[in-house]
Every structure is written in C-alpha cells, then in structure tokens.
Design a protein around this ligand. Structure first.
Ligand code: AMO
Length: 439
C-alpha cells in the first residue's frame, strides 16, 4: 500500500528528480497494457506524465489491478524516476507499488479527453469532469488573476474594499428583476446591486469604495450574456466633478488591472498571458446620440439591443481602432436610466450616465448620481416610485452628501470576453440562469 501521498511529486518536478524515488498521484487518463511493459498516463494539476509498469520492477498484482481500473480513477504510485526521451517531459516513473485511491465508474457521463466538444449543457451538468480539461481551468486562472489585479489596482487608486448586505428590504435596479425570499414570515429581496449602500458610504469620509460580490437578478431572458447570479465589481467615488473623472478612473483601473493580470499570468507561463489587450488611452467616447446615428437608427427608437451593440463594436473598431469605448450621455427617457442618475443641467433630457463596451458588449455601466435631495426626491416621483419607500436611502442625503458617482463591471462578462468565450456561462464555475439551479 502506498500511503496517501504526503510528499507528493508533481509532474512538472519529475525531470529534476531523475534517479530518485518518488510518490506520484492523479487521474488515470489512459492505460496501455502491452505485456511485460505497460504504460499508465496520469494527469495531475500540472499536466500529464507516464508511469511505466515493467516486469521485474513492478509486482504482477499491480499489472492486474491497472488492467481492470477504469479511466479517470484516482491512482497513486511509488517508484524511481527514469530518463525517457520519448516522454514529453523527458522522464517517467517506474512503478514499484501503486493503488487505486478512488475508482471511477464507467462509462463517464462526459469525456475528459474527447476532441469533439460536448454541448455546453452537458458540460455544465458534469462541471467537475469538464474542469479536468486544462483549457477550462485556464479560464478560472485568468478570472482569479483578474480579481487579484482589480483589488491591487483599486488599492493603488485609493479605494477601500467593502462588503455590503445581500439580503435587502428594497431593490435598487427596478422591481422586475428582484428575487424575493421569505424572511421570518416577512418579505426580503436578494441584492441586485450594492448601489444604495455604496452611495450611502459616500456620505462618510471614506470617499472611495469598491466591492467584488455576487449580484442577483431574476433575468427571465435566456441569452449568452445574462446570468441570474453574477459577480459585480462595484466602485463609488465622492467629490466627483463630472463624468469625465469616472471615465479616466475606469481607464486607469482597467489598464492597471490588465497589466497586473499579465504579470501574474506571465509568471506562470499561462497561455492567455499573451492575448490580453493593451488598450490605448483615452478610450473613445461616443455619445448615445452619435451611436444611434452610426447605427442608422431613427431618433424615435429609444435604445439599442445586443445586435446593435455588436455592430457598434465593429464600427468603433474600424473608426478608432479601439476595442474598449464609452457610450456617454444616456437619455433621461431611457428605461434603464435610473432615478438616481444625474440629469445634465443644461440638457435635462440627457444624463451623466454611460456604458463601457468591450468587443461589442456592455461590460460596465455607471454615472454621476444626483446628490441634491430635492431633485432626487422629484426624480423618484417621476420614475413612478414613492419617496416614502426610500426613507432609508434618502436619509444620508439630508445630512451632507458630496457630489459622487460610480460604476459596476461584470466580472463574468469581462472574463468571457478576454478568454474569447461565446457564452458568459463558461466564465462562471457553476452558473445560474433561468433554467439552471444546479450543480
Ligand atoms: P447594470 O445593471 O448595468 O448597472 O450592471 C452593471 C454591469 O453588471 C453586469 N451585469 C450582468 N452580468 C451578467 N448577467 C446579468 N444578468 C447582468 N446584469 C448586469 C454587466 C453590466 O455592465 N448599479 C448599476 C451600476 C452603477 O451605476 O454603479 C448597475 O448595476 O457587465
């Protein structure tokens, strides 16, 4: 019996241990029984390696055991590392002892080494098997490096990381996409966004906050870019002199984050390191009106959809050579212009709200907020809402609220776009959508 591999050697270290006795373990990817010499291909977190079973070195029962062990079982071996120029890593382990730590049932519900891609639904149903594929792990290494890069960049820019409640009495982004839950016999809602809290924090002297946390939206639409649970990267800053400062902050944040991420990934020779963009600053600023004009949409049409966003992405790329660009001055009349958006003083039909699109998809939206309580209260009324239901939100505005604004970035969408994944679900380990609540 090989004891559980306490001092386990990983595939990447085997070439350095030639002649030494090691313990190795992993999933059995393949086994070829060729008589007196048999080969097991094992996969661990760093890649593939070969364990060779050789008559005279390996006891007979181990040949028999391996012969009846199904693919993807977890196996462990002990033996000497030998040079093998034919093996990809130039070394192999000559098995002296070995055991099956956990047998896999056959057949597998999802192939791990199949070249032909399975349907996304099948992959997600058996995500633990799907994640044995290196290319899929790489997405989550990118995602983790992005989150790290975002945290480092926010800190450099003077933002404090905060955590706000996810169980709320009131929604922030409109009633239609609220998930409600039973709260000790009363009704509560899952947070669609930390919006109201990050604004509330602007009434303190903290001035700059950010949060990376789940947001919940009862999105009935089944699209390639909507989830019911996503990770929202929210930021808010006080003493804002106008939306331009938000745009330059976002440019700074994204460029720094991509640089941090590139460094992290380069250090681990990650295949996606070389594909990260290096956007030129300033990012183009396209007004909403200009965007509609570029799309050839009549001014009577209020908004643009997914296909328009893609077309606009192509047009901006052609005209400005840029993949990231702001769409500014969202009209007040737009359904998605919220009650807390600041309207422009000289053009009240326009707001200081904007989106940032990347490769033809919205990944950030934000704007300058209305901080003057009288205007805010009328905007709540104009949105058909009752200010009496917003007493808690409004209170900080009554006791000295600096001008402020902020934005939210969808981490799932950013990851998907950077990894060139067609569906945002692939950028989440265990996505939630209208039809998927498990695994
Ligand atoms: P908004 O609703 O535009 O703005 O969301 C901000 C960003 O979050 C991402 N996102 C989503 N990602 C996946 N699935 C969804 N269902 C989903 N909904 C949104 C997008 C989007 O750009 N409170 C404002 C932000 C602010 O003004 O500060 C808000 O939540 O990438």
């Amino acid at each position: 019996m090989v004891p559980l591999p306490r001092e386990r050697t990983y595939s990447r270290d085997l070439p350095l241990k030639k002649g030494e006795k090691v313990r190795v373990a992993g999933h059995l990817q393949d086994y070829r029984a060729l008589g007196s010499l048999s080969f097991a291909v094992i996969r661990d977190r760093h890649g593939l390696f070969q364990v060779t079973l050789k008559k005279g070195v390996t006891p007979d029962p181990l040949f028999e055991l391996l012969g009846k062990t199904s693919r993807e079982s977890v196996v462990a071996f002990e033996g000497q590392v030998a040079e093998n120029p034919k093996a990809k890593i130039g070394a192999e382990v000559l098995a002296e002892t070995g055991e099956v730590l956990s047998a896999a049932e056959a057949p597998l519900p999802l192939g791990v080494i199949d070249k032909v891609g399975a349907e996304l639904d099948t992959r997600l149903n058996h995500r633990f098997l799907d994640l044995r594929k290196r290319a899929n792990q790489e997405v989550f290494e990118l995602r983790a490096a992005l989150a790290e890069g975002l945290r480092a960049s926010f800190r450099e820019l003077g933002f404090l990381e905060v955590e706000t409640p996810k169980i709320l009495k009131q929604g922030a982004e409109g009633g239609a996409t609220l998930f409600s839950l039973d709260y000790f016999g009363g009704r509560a809602y899952l947070a669609q966004s930390p919006q109201l809290y990050k604004q509330m924090l602007m009434a303190t002297d903290i001035e700059r906050v950010y949060e990376i946390a789940p947001a919940f939206r009862a999105e009935p639409s089944d699209t390639l870019r909507h989830l019911t649970e996503f990770t929202s990267v929210d930021a808010e800053m006080a003493y804002l002199d106008g939306p331009e400062t938000l745009w330059t902050t976002i440019e700074e944040l994204l460029c720094r984050t991509l640089e941090h991420t590139r460094k992290t990934l380069t250090a681990s020779q990650h295949p996606l390191a070389g594909s990260l963009p290096q956007p030129k600053r300033p990012f183009p600023r396209v007004t909403f009106g200009k965007a509609m004009e570029m799309l050839g949409k009549p001014s009577s049409e209020a908004d643009f959809g997914t296909e328009d966003e893609k077309t606009l992405g192509d047009l901006v790329a052609k005209e400005h050579g840029a993949e990231m660009y702001f769409i500014t001055e969202f009209p007040t009349s737009l359904k998605r212009s919220t009650f807390y958006a600041m309207h422009q003083d000289d053009h009240p039909e326009k707001t200081n709200y904007f989106d940032l699109d990347f490769r033809g998809q919205e990944i950030i939206s934000g704007g300058q907020r209305e901080h003057r309580i009288d205007r805010l209260t009328s905007q709540i009324r104009e949105a058909g809402l009752d200010p009496a239901n917003f007493t808690g939100y409004l209170e900080p505005f009554r006791y000295g609220m600096p001008p402020h604004g902020g934005f939210a970035l969808g981490l799932d969408r950013l990851t998907a776009k950077l990894a060139q994944l067609p569906n945002v679900r692939e950028a989440r380990l265990f996505p939630r959508d209208r039809f998927r609540l498990e695994p």
